[in-house]
Design a protein around this ligand. Sequence first.
Ligand code: HEC
Length: 472
Amino acid sequence: MQTLPLTLMVLAAATSLAQAAGDAERGRSVAAACSACHGPDGSSPSPAFPILGGQHQEYLVQALLAYQTGTRADSIMGGAVQTLTRQQLEDVAAYFAAQKGLAGDTGSSRPTGVQPTGGGGITASLSSIAAAGSVADVRAPSPSPVELAACPAKGSKDRDRDGDGLADAFDAAPKDAGEFARDADGDGWYGICSAEQLQTIQTLASGLDLATRNTRRYELVQDLDLGTIANWTPVGNCGAGNNCMVARDKFGFAGALDGNGHTLRNLTINLPEAGGVGLFGTLAKTGVVRNLTLENASVTGKGGTGALVGANFGYIADCQASVKVVGRLASGGLVGGHAGQVVNCHVRGDVSGQAAIGGLAGDMNGIVRDSSADVRVTAGKGVGGLVGLSTTGKILHSRATGVVAGADNVGGLVGFNSQSRVRNSFATGAVTGKEAVGGLIGRNNGAVRNVYAMAARGLIGDNSGGSIDTTE
Ligand code: HEC
């Protein structure tokens, strides 16, 4: 557990839900010990302390257990719950769940707390950590590369003299196996001619340091077959702690990759115990990936798994992907955890996992616009044709057309739309599940406008706290 980002640990905990058998009345006396920080009714006076009122009971129980066992490390909370019995945990959770919390406070003036949930959720989502830098609506893309004419011809004798996987014409030191891609035409974009060259952004053993490699701009000069690399190492990882959401800008890829319209085929990743898994593991806030197609990507990871980016804080635009993604938590066809922007991207294929699983994105508080997923999505809870779980996110002009199947919080477009916006979007796939199942959204407490769904399940499974306006 220690290796997963906070949000994913929380999710992990939330997946083994047993219905909490707490007693809110008994819990009231336990809660007295919490009120100094969380407030008597759980609507804490300070953004430093999460709002507990109105939070899902099962979520609270799992969070408390995680503090008690240390899988969620926090010195304050670890101490606060240490002496409580399991029954007391259940009771205090029941008490706070029964309070009003944010549901009675629709104002958005509240500063970002540690866990700005309140309306309740199957997870606190990555919003809590990512919200520190809020996502602007539109980001001006950096200037485009001048497209390079061609890569060196295959089989030419001097193609890669030092055997470092970098074609000579693109190798700053063609006779030194420790060197790296070159900006052959001087446009500020480093040309990529081979799978190995793309891979060495992350894995180059000597020479140019990783920080420099991770902040450069690259362009694809031709289509590449990534199948020559049996198990791709995600570019821009989450560091040794594997803590993508917390460590984002420290390790994530912060440069740019412009595909120039080219295709990357046969990406294969099999890292079932890792977080932040994709062509890029973590894309930092300044990171840009655009103008490319992923064809036949097959990616397996744990938390934060997506064919293109595992944990995204950056800007992804004009892309297409055909995928098979197997994640466990916060995983999606294109991106896993999504706190950045996805614009004009289209995904098809197959995505499966446990919780917060979506055809395009798993767990998000970012923006998805002008995008689509035609993906068969199969998971447990928080399952959506486009997005599994959206917390304070925005989905605009987008659609999902795949078949969606899960247990609860299952929607043709979004599994759980928590305090998030959905506009001018629709879903057409068949949706099946047990609880909170909707043709468009499984559970909604956000604002939904000008939408439709074709599935027989109705628009929204559970709309408590949400609003729908189908007129533009
Ligand atoms: C001295 C202040 C303090 C006291 C007392 C305290 N807490 Fe906390 N609590 C915090 C802080 C700080 C966090 C955020 C820690 C983190 O980031 O994981 C937190 C987090 C939590 C969370 C996780 C919320 C979420 O959204 O993930 C729960 C649940 C919680 N506390 C319950 C309790 C309960 C129940 C008690 C009383 C038995 C209690 N706390 C007492 C400070 C306190």
